[in-house]
Design a protein. Structure first.
Length: 217
């Protein structure tokens, strides 16, 4: 198998070749207003829990549940309609967060956050990785995503750095799409791609079945 330092048509994935997309992203933008302001994002990661069994002085471990870990996203905050602070504060209000105005049981004072209302503010989140030609060769889709935390960076007279808004996104699972044999998720050319999962999407409902082999031949 060729390696990227021997074959010019293959190259490593690069940390700066990516962009992010949001299905909704609140009522102040059209879903893409903050795309240009995003400065970093985590790719999805998973953790597998374990159960320990002790026998005399030996320990044995068995795999348990799979958990998708939170994804951190950082935006540069700007003045205007696309300001990240404005967008996320407004999303919190639109999702149903409201201070009680009375104690008489009025419905508007009883609003609480629900998964549907909070998810509607972001929609699904898309992370795209591209090659030197701008072709998408890897795509992550965060399903049922909602923001779990929002942190506005602090102020400092001794700094002239741009202010940021850092968010943590929780989601149920992520779909993983790889480029097809022609090189990209959506077509085009991105070099030779001989991955065994090229052109497929993993973790999409109905895309795979549990392993039927029970290990007994």
């Amino acid at each position: 198998m060729a390696t990227f330092w021997k074959n010019a048509s293959q190259e490593p994935k690069r940390a700066y070749r990516w962009f992010i997309g949001f299905e909704t992203l609140g009522s102040l933008t059209d879903g893409s207003g903050l795309q240009y302001a995003c400065k970093r994002v985590d790719r999805p990661s998973i953790s597998v829990s374990e159960t320990e069994h002790t026998y005399i002085n030996h320990k044995f471990y068995y795999p348990g549940r799979v958990e998708w870990n939170e994804v951190s996203v950082s935006f540069v905050d700007v003045v205007g309609a696309d300001g990240a602070a404005d967008v996320f504060m407004k999303m919190l209000v639109d999702a149903g967060y409201n201070l009680p105005a009375s104690d008489d049981g009025e419905a508007s004072s009883m609003h609480t956050l629900g998964k549907e209302s909070l998810h509607k503010q972001l929609g699904d989140v898309y992370i795209y990785m591209v090659n030197a030609n701008g072709d998408v060769h890897e795509q992550w889709t965060l399903k049922n995503a909602f923001f779990k935390s929002v942190r506005l960076s602090g102020l400092d007279y001794g700094s002239d750095e741009m202010l940021t808004v850092d968010t943590s996104i929780r989601y149920d699972w992520a779909e993983y799409s790889r480029a097809g044999a022609n090189g990209t998720v959506g077509g085009g050319h991105a070099g030779d791609d001989v991955s065994s999962i090229a052109g497929t999407t993993l973790f999409a409902p109905g895309s795979s079945d549990p392993v039927s082999d029970d290990g007994n031949g």
